[in-house]
Ligand binder design. Structure first.
Ligand SMILES: [Zn+2]
Length: 439
């Protein structure tokens, strides 16, 4: 397929903006990038997709999400309003996850996948919990991913919060799923909840399994001060120090949040090559604090962006990233749009690259053909230098017109081609109502 007549934003090392650009897709890869005139001449017989008036760019990557949280939208808590993060976990998330059955897991995932395709998020790194339906839960999500045609890395978040039996089931679910054969669009890693719900014994078992399987971990780290207090009280170590001593950190590990870490812990993250997923919308919503992302970046930590279960619109997450650090530092120079895009594309692509061999997050020959077309007509001059500011101030997920993953069209002219949105939403409303009643 030859995408023609679009404005091509390649990102990646070349980072070009090609007016009247074209992109050749062969199989699941980008085969060539150039101008429409050049590629038309080279590939005259190729089927074309006209992108006139559109911006053609790589699909978005989300480095940390929770499909299982989809049914929380609009749900009333029958408790007092949570006044701190541990209460948010106890009153909301740990009640919801315990009520999930396999049908809910499937439905929650599909709802998020519709949203992801609509907003041009083509790779998602999920972190799943359903303590009363652990075994096989990752297969249920994998099936939904397969139907949607998106790219995802899955794991089960092991925790001791529901007792030893469920912790063991979580460990086994990770092991079972990681051992299964995967394909180019589906990967697995080892999931852990967070320091505050994991004993030393469980961490040790997880490390043993992960070493054997040659995988890293995906977990929450120092999201709230409560995680730090718990770790200091029980183990005399800060969260990142504890995780390092336990053997959790390393170049294949993703630590989500890292809001409450000090300079020493930041250096541990860099030295171990651990990646961080920053989720500013979630951090603001839970009022846990502002992660010192600028310090992490300055010190050489690979920080990407996730949504932590918020909408799968990474344009919005980027806007939140752009805004929150300016306010937190009371300095409008803090966090330029270029730094935001560096995290959203380059750093997220490094994280996704841990699971999917070929380049992602860029349009270059050999990269996976994960491509989105946006209805975007710039109202001011646009070049490769100011593209990040056009994205932050002028673009949003709703402008995504066409979504392609691995060379396959998942949405064309806003019409979904792999999933039945009406049926998925109707089923989700029905199941969510039942789940709310069970809670
Ligand atoms: Zn999370």
């Amino acid at each position: 397929m030859l995408i023609t007549n679009g404005t091509l934003a390649t990102f990646g090392e070349k980072n070009e903006l090609i007016p009247d650009g074209a992109l050749l897709i062969q199989g699941d890869r980008v085969a060539a990038v150039g101008t429409t005139a050049e590629l038309r001449k080279l590939y005259p017989g190729e089927e074309t997709l006209d992108a006139a008036g559109k911006l053609v760019m790589p699909g978005m990557i989300c480095a940390h999400t929770h499909f299982y949280g989809a049914f929380a939208r609009g749900m009333a808590l029958k408790t007092e309003a949570p006044s701190n993060f541990p209460q948010i976990l106890e009153y909301l998330w740990w009640r919801l996850d315990k009520a999930l059955n396999p049908d809910d897991v499937r439905s929650s995932a599909l709802v998020c996948l519709v949203d992801a395709i609509r907003n041009g998020t083509t790779t998602l790194i999920d972190h799943h919990a359903s303590p009363h339906a652990v075994a096989g839960s990752l297969d249920v999500i994998a099936q939904a991913i397969d139907e949607a045609g998106l790219r995802a890395c899955l794991c089960y978040e092991v925790s001791d919060r529901d007792g030893e039996e469920i912790a063991t089931a979580g460990l086994k679910e990770n092991e079972r799923f990681i051992k299964q054969s995967h394909n180019e669009r589906l990967a697995a890693t080892f999931g852990l909840h967070a320091s505050l719900t994991l004993s030393d014994e469980t961490l040790e078992r997880a490390v043993g399994m992960a070493r054997e399987l040659d995988v890293g971990f995906h977990l929450h780290a120092a999201e709230d001060k409560a995680d730090v207090d718990d770790s200091l009280k029980k183990y005399g170590l800060r969260v990142i120090e504890r995780l390092e001593e336990a053997g959790i950190l390393g170049p294949k590990t993703i630590a989500a949040h890292c809001v409450h870490i000090d300079a020493f812990e930041t250096d541990i993250l860099r030295e171990t090559g651990t990646s961080v997923a920053h989720n500013p919308r979630s951090n603001m919503n839970n009022a846990v604090g502002v992660a010192d992302v600028l310090r992490m970046l300055r010190r050489g930590v690979n920080v990407g962006l996730g949504n932590d279960g918020f909408s799968n619109n990474m344009f919005t997450e980027m806007k939140a990233t752009y805004l929150v650090h300016k306010l937190a530092q009371k300095d409008p120079r803090a966090m330029g749009a270029d730094q935001v895009l560096e995290m959203g594309f380059h750093n997220n692509a490094r994280i996704a690259g841990l699971f999917f061999g070929q380049p992602l997050g860029e349009l270059s020959a050999g990269a996976y053909a994960d491509v989105i077309l946006l209805d975007y007509v710039p109202t001011t001059p646009m070049d490769v230098g100011n593209l990040p500011w056009h994205l932050i101030f002028g673009m949003d997920g709703g402008q995504v017109n066409t979504t392609i993953v691995g060379g396959k069209l998942l949405m064309k002219d806003r019409e979904l081609l792999t999933l039945d949105e009406q049926a998925i939403c109707a089923r989700s409303r029905e199941l969510a109502q039942k789940l709310w009643a069970r809670m």
